[in-house]
Design a protein around this ligand. Sequence first.
Ligand SMILES: Cc1ncc(COP(=O)(O)O)c(C=O)c1O
Length: 483
Amino acid sequence: MTKNPTNVWPVDLPLQLDRGAGSQVLRIYLALRDSILSGRLPPQSRLPASRALAGQLGVRRNAVVAAYERLLADELVEARTGAGTFVAPSVPVGVVRPPTEPTVETTAAPTIFALGRTHAEPQIRDDLRRAVARHLRHFDDAHLAYGDPRGSRALREQIAAHLAVNRGILCDPDHVVVVSGMQQGLRLALGTVVAPGHSVWMEDPGYPAARQAIEGAGARAVPVPVPVDGGGLDVAEGVRRAGAAQAAYVTPSHQFPTGVVMSMARRVELLAWAERTGAWILEDDYDSEFRYAGPPLTALAGLDRARRVIYFGTFSKVLFPGLRLGYVVLPPDLLEPTLAARQAMDRFPPTLLEGAVADLMARGDLSAHIRRVRTRYRHARDLLAATLQGHAEGRLQVTVPEQGLHLVARLIGNPPPGTAARLQDMARIGGRLLSETRIKPQAEDGFVLGFSGHDLAEVKAGALRLCAALAEGGAADVTPPRS
Ligand SMILES: Cc1ncc(COP(=O)(O)O)c(C=O)c1O
């Protein structure tokens, strides 16, 4: 037989089987497919006989035969009777990268003080498991077909009842849309009320994920940074900077990240601006359920006579972010366009968890859980604040929030940029830096530290590490004020 260099098996081809990727057949198939598509096995080359390749790779011969069949089905190889299996004459070479690329090593980020973690106490895990099991037992056609783009009626009724009692919002369950978290709700609403190039007020400092949604695909709007002071978003400054903005994103019940509660005067001022100009208020009420002192101020949506407020709530804080469940309460005018956008996005939410969470609400399990974890979170907040205040030796200004699941510790004396990040690394702590939440860079920096969902001993240990880092490596930059 004449040896044609293009149709012999290149014996030195280093065929690497990925140990992690599924069955033996799949691994052989993927290795060959990538060799063909990256050009290392050129068109017309002859693949070895299945027995030979099985011997070379130390795998079952049947597995090689099955992998060849998959390549045949993909039309990447062809079988020539009596001659063997060959790479097809024309394949789209170069569409995959050769698998010899160096793997990027990722090191796990420290998790202590990470935001967005909640405490999965045994009781609520059991309650949730039981509720899901009940719903699985009665999983019938109604759950298996396409559903209402607003989500299940049962859950929407529970949400409307919860909002009436706890947030002073009276809404029709038909105006509630169940979404996969606030983030999806915000994207949906932005897509309905703003167009690319429109301006949206954004608290500065503020929630980075909301800013991404404002700037990102779909909305492509321009966030206008509006400063936050002790009364919350500075409405007058917003009017000065962009009075004709189409919308304002706000976290009035517990400003992210500062923890400031928007004063009633500011609430009224913001609503009046929206009524006057026809702007929309995007009210993110993300952790209003966790208040440690006194009753909460009523939500903007509860005061909104002109129907300019789009209200967002989430189960990520009262339960778990992994559930991906949140809700939007829409003014009547926005219902139709938002539901049309939802249909075009993911149609409607998955039914199983909706039913289970509606059950938790109806049976009082969720309220009981909130009461229990609120006490735990208050202890965690107090422990974190006391440890920082007791050991930072005047290098941190700690704001103890009356609400929410994180606190802010500011570095005293505005040390050079990069100091907070360096201290964070030295102390091996997670969470955010205050500077990461800024739209307009400022000299001030510090730490946004989540205290929910962490072991209390770890909270204390993390706080002590931060104080030690401040005293040690940060000493050059972070000097306590002279008394
Ligand atoms: C300001 C703010 N809003 C909303 C959320 C919740 O987002 P989602 O419902 O998409 O999980 C978070 C979570 O960390 C948050 O910090």
